[in-house]
Design a protein around this ligand. Structure first.
Ligand code: ASP
Length: 346
């Protein structure tokens, strides 16, 4: 595989490049040049780093399908010019972005590493420098034949490299902000890199990467809780634009056995709305055959989300809905791993 010895660093925003607003004291995104100034180590690394900046940089709470499309465009337009891509991103929605990108780049053959930090890079105790420098190294790490070590969308944070569509933000304060509870880490970055090669995706390097730009976000996340009110749910489920629902159920995929809930799920499924069952637990998987309550959901047309994160399920639905009009095809792909996002035991 031809190597370029270049990595593209894309700055979307987030704490890593933020500074204090002089009037309010609150953190806000700064110009990218500020970030590069604070990392003189850039000049020491062997890989050439080019940069691209979102204008204006955003707090990742403002991330949207339109920005995801922009990211796919920036990367796909320059795909052949770089060995890998590092995306600096706020931590708040980083797992959603990592998940959606894993679907939007079909047959990805290069690393796209998302990272950020809990403290701005200009601060003395920042975690941003290590996250950034290690991500750049990981984006250019390769086998002897030139193929990349991690040809997938990942999150690197605080010593761990995670599959992007398996990751979740787990901590708002500590440096160790992310984990992939249902999938092993792809690499531990200690004194040396320890790659878990067995768990890293192996794409077909002879096939071209196919970027997808369209998303259909007519999907909602609906969380169960004891005392859930029927009338409110009716309003939400009756929306004519609704194409799918990520239902956050209890434990291994259970729901209250109230008739109104089963009826409404039945009705919505008959209207060709896809209902995907994802556990509220951060670890473990949905098994709808284990308890009667899960079984009833299956009867009502609800499909299993297996061990998916909410972030992966909701973005996979957005991706599939833009690709396919018919519900059966969407259901079929929700029952398959398309970018390593779920594990299905047969
Ligand atoms: N609010 C920030 C963001 O997600 C937090 C961060 O960067 O960690 O953009």
């Amino acid at each position: 595989m031809n190597r370029t010895n270049k990595v593209l660093l894309i700055y979307t925003g987030g704490t890593i490049g933020m500074g204090h607003n002089q009037r309010t004291g609150a953190l806000e995104p700064l110009d990218f040049s500020h970030l590069v100034e604070n990392v003189p180590e850039f000049k020491l690394i062997p890989t050439k780093v080019d940069t691209y900046q979102f204008d204006p940089p955003i707090d990742s709470s403002d991330m949207s399908p339109l920005r995801w499309k922009q990211l796919v465009k920036v990367i796909s337009d320059r795909y052949n010019d770089y060995d890998g891509f590092v995306v600096l991103h706020g931590t708040d929605t980083m797992s959603y972005t990592a998940s959606v990108l894993s679907f939007m780049f079909e047959n990805l053959t290069k690393p796209i590493i998302l990272t950020g930090s809990q403290l701005p890079i200009g601060q003395l105790r920042t975690d941003g420098k290590e996250n950034l420098m290690t991500s750049l190294e990981l984006a250019s790490a390769h086998h002897k034949d030139g193929t990349p070590m991690v040809p997938e969308v990942c999150i690197y944070f605080s010593g761990h490299l995670l599959r992007g569509n398996r990751s979740t933000k787990q901590n708002a304060d500590e440096f160790n902000a992310f984990d992939s509870f249902n999938y092993p880490h792809l690499c531990e970055a200690g004194v040396n890199f320890t790659f878990d090669e067995h768990h890293i995706l192996k794409p077909d390097f002879t096939k071209p990467m196919v970027p997808h730009f369209e998303l259909d976000n007519n999907v909602i996340i609906f969380s169960l809780f004891p005392g859930i009110e029927e009338h409110l749910i009716h309003h939400m489920f009756d929306a004519p634009e609704l194409r799918s629902i990520v239902m956050r159920s209890y434990g291994s995929g259970n729901a209250p056995q109230q008739t109104w809930l089963m009826d409404i799920l039945h009705k919505v499924s008959e209207r060709d709305v896809v209902v995907v069952n994802i556990s509220q637990c951060i670890s473990g998987q949905v098994e709808m055959n284990r308890y009667d309550t899960g079984y009833q959901l299956k009867d009502a047309g609800v499909i299993s989300g297996y061990d998916s994160t909410v972030e992966a399920a909701v973005t996979k639905l957005m991706y599939l809905q833009a690709q396919y009009d018919d519900t059966e095809t969407i259901r079929k792909y929700m029952n398959q791993s398309i970018a390593g996002e779920i594990t299905i035991y047969s």
